[in-house]
Structure formats: C-alpha cells, structure tokens
Ligand binder design. Structure first.
Ligand code: SF4
Length: 446
C-alpha cells in the first residue's frame, strides 16, 4: 500500500489472472425484451463481475450464444476488450445496431487510421508536471489514478492508457502529486480519473482521497467513473461509508444511452445521491449509438429522475480507433436545438468540443443572437420568436415600440418593434385569445 514506495495501489483483482469462473451464457439474449425485465447476469458481487469480465472473442461468443467474427482478436491486440457480465447482459441484439454492443464489443473499424487521429488528442501528456497528473486549467488538476476499467469503452478518449497495462498509482507517485499540490495552492479542484478509479479497492481509493485531503488548499474532489453504468454493484455500503468522509466530493458518471438506465444503475445512483454526493453525467455523442435527438432526450430525462444532472454532451475526440463513432458537430447543435424548450433546463447538458492541442472544452450552441445595434440586442427563442432586449443605453434613446408598417430584424434592432413571433407555434395559439390586438399584429406565418 502507500507505505511501500513503489508498490502499486491495488485493484480488485490480480489484473493478469484468467477469470476463475465462466460467465453465464446469455442465451436469454435471444428472448430479451428490456433490461428492466432481466435479472443480473450473475451474483451481485462486483469482484466476481471483474474477475469474470469477457476478454476474448471466444468468451464473448460463448456469452452471447453467437459467434463473433474472429478478426476482432486483432483489434483486441491493439485495444483491449473487457466487458462485465452485467453490462454484456444489457445487449439486446448481438450486433452493432445495439448501442450496448456497439460501445462494448471491438470492431475491425477501430483499425481505420486517418491522418488527423492520434493517441493523445487532448495533448494531456504535454500538460503533466507529474506523470499521470494533468494540470491544464489554473485551478484544477486531473489525476489518472489507475489504468484499469471494468469495461473498456470502444470510444474511450484514453485508449492509449485504459487497459493498455492494468495498474494503479503508486505510493511514490501520490506523494509526488501531493508535493506538487502543496506547492501550487492555486489548485483547488482535483478530478480523480483514469481508467476508472472505482475499480480500485476501498482501501486504495481511501489512500488517494486521504492524501488529497491532506493538502489544505484542495477544496473539491471529483471522481470520474463509469461504474454506475457498467458495474453498479460496486456501489457498496462500505464504499459509501468511506466516501462520505471526504466531502465535498462530487461524482461524474458516463451514461450514453437510455438502455444503460437499469434498476441496478438506478439503485447505485440513488445510494450515491443519498450519501450526499452530487452526481453529474458526461455523455459522448456517438454515431449509431445516441446521435439522435429523441434518444438524448430520453437519456437526459432518465438521468434527472436518478438525480444525475446531465453535465456535458461531448463531441467525440479525434482519438485513434474511434473514427466510426464520430458525428458532425452539426449533429450536436441539432440535438441542442431540439432539447431547448422540450425538456427542463436541468436536463440540458452543455455541448462541448474538447479542443485538440489541449485547447480545453469549448461550448458550442445554436445561435440565439440574431442581431445587435447600439440600443438593442435581438434574440430568438426555441420557438423562433424574436425579441429585442433594450440595452442600458436605451434611457438616452426615445423608446418607440409602436407597431411598424412592417416587422423584421431591423425593426427589432432599432426598437420599433419589441417582438415578432411565429403564429402557428402551440404556445402562441394557446395565448392567442388573451393577446392584445397590438401583440397579434406582430405574428407572422412560418
Ligand atoms: S470507463 Fe472511461 S476511461 Fe474506462 S474505457 Fe470507458 S471511457 Fe475510457
């Protein structure tokens, strides 16, 4: 443990061990309807799940009851595979039309290698003053506490790290990290990530948290984990009792599709929320998985019901091995346009492009500013209604909101009209009876 300078902090199992037991074949898959109707694949014991991860084409074929193409072994050599039996049990159809299958099962397409993709698209390795610790923004660092995950997502941004060699942070390294943090009091927020830090043992996680909490200037600790999605039974009472001691502690998890919201996942999130841990979610926009406004709507609504706040919707990074998952940026904007006005503001994530070359997260939105003048900013809402917002300087300009002969953006920007609205929108129709004559004169037909 931490006393031994170079001994790695332990994960749940000896990483190179062959699984001791055989996962139960999911012959039930062929009859499956919804994951809600299924019982867990095997005992609700997280260590069993990790020990029995599916790690080869053969094991996967056996589990699915269907032969997967042997050429995926070539992909596994380059980008390892591990799927918990629990997560594999969420596959409803064993092909890439199934979102869980697509996110978990290697595809030969991962070997497509266009020039603009690279292993470290966010240039994290360039921003590591201590190996394994990224210091990019002034007040935050990201600590890669382990390279192990219970499931290796095919779309992972850290494919260069995750699963390449399953190991966890050493006592010596965590000491270097705390020395750095003590010397950099401007850092108040530490994100513990990986790999998946919750694959480590409770004792090892506690050692990391304890070390970070020993730095007086560290205010907030965040944990990034996909455990509630792929290994929800990891959220045990012992783990929660330990985590409670290190508040303020936040957790960001990573649900990508409504099929991942199962009774087990709901229970895991409820336990974390009940332990006083605010939960956020980071979704990656993935072609063929969730690049559909209706799916993201369903996902976001499901998340807030679990007390998980949709935090980011990420444009897929330019990482080697994920070309087949990339969507256009336009697709993300289209989804954001759809969500606004349809779901509560607390269910709307921020769509971001994590910029190549270490540029950080850049929020990307549909454009809501239509025009500007010295006196007014013209905005449009989700309905297509346009309004002007008088700037503070309006006191010096005589207001003139009398109906103009014609209405348009210029009339809004110059203050001659205060709004124009599409006549056929349901809200306008609903309020039409109570609208004044003056108001209705600004309506236009789309
Ligand atoms: S859990 Fe996170 S770090 Fe691990 S493979 Fe998935 S995306 Fe990558």
């Amino acid at each position: 443990m931490l006393n031994d300078a170079d001994s790695p902090i332990t994960s749940a199992e000896s990483q190179d061990d062959e699984p001791p037991g055989r996962p139960s074949p999911a012959s039930a898959l062929s009859n499956s309807t919804k994951p809600e109707n299924k019982s867990p694949a095997e005992p609700a014991d997280w260590k069993w799940q990790i020990a029995n991860r599916l790690r080869s084409a053969q094991a996967l074929s056996q589990f699915l009851g269907k032969k997967v193409p042997p050429n995926i072994e070539k992909v596994i050599e380059k980008f390892p595979m591990a799927i918990t039996p629990y997560y594999a049990s969420l596959i409803r159809k064993p092909d890439t039309s199934d979102p869980v299958f697509a996110m978990a099962v290697p595809q030969p397409r991962e070997l497509i290698d266009p020039l603009f993709l690279c292993d470290d698209p966010l240039s994290e390795d360039e921003d590591m003053p201590v190996p394994g610790m990224v210091h990019r923004y002034r007040d935050r660092v990201l600590l890669i506490a382990t390279t192990m995950c219970s499931m290796y997502c095919r779309h992972c941004t850290r494919k260069r790290i995750a699963g390449a060699r399953e190991s966890s942070i050493t006592a010596q390294r965590i000491r270097q990290v705390t020395e750095y943090l003590n010397a950099h009091p401007e850092v108040s927020d530490v994100i513990v990530s990986g790999g998946d830090p919750l694959t480590m043992s409770d004792g090892s996680i506690e050692m990391v948290l304890q070390s970070l909490r020993s730095v007086p200037t560290v205010q907030v600790i965040r944990i990034g984990t996909r455990v509630p999605v792929v290994l929800p039974m990891r959220i045990t009472d012992d783990l929660l009792n330990m985590l409670r001691k290190y508040h303020p502690l936040w957790i960001n998890t990573h649900f990508n599709h409504p099929n991942e919201i199962t009774p087990q996942a709901k229970e895991a999130c409820a336990k974390l929320a009940d332990a006083g841990i605010p939960l956020g979610n980071q979704t990656v926009l993935l072609a063929g998985v969730n690049d559909d406004a209706g799916i993201i709507e369903q996902l976001c609504k499901g998340l807030i019901q679990m007390r998980v706040r949709p935090y980011y919707l990420y444009q897929c990074d330019l990482v080697r091995g994920v070309e087949h998952f990339r969507t256009s940026v336009r697709k993300g904007i289209e989804i954001m346009e759809y969500l606004r006005g349809r779901v509560s503001g607390i269910a709307i994530p921020t769509f971001v492009v994590d910029a190549p070359h270490g540029g950080g997260k850049i929020p990307v939105l549909p454009n809501y500013i239509v025009s500007m003048s010295p006196s007014h900013t013209v905005l449009r809402n989700y309905q297509g209604m346009m309004v002007n917002y008088p700037e503070p300087c309006i006191q010096q300009i005589p207001p003139n909101i009398q109906p103009a002969e014609q209405t348009g953006v210029w009339e809004l920007a110059s203050g001659k009209t205060s709004f124009v609205s599409p006549a056929r929108h349901h809200r306008i129709k609903r309020t039409a009876n109570t609208a004044s004559d003056k108001k209705t004169s600004y309506l236009f037909e789309l």
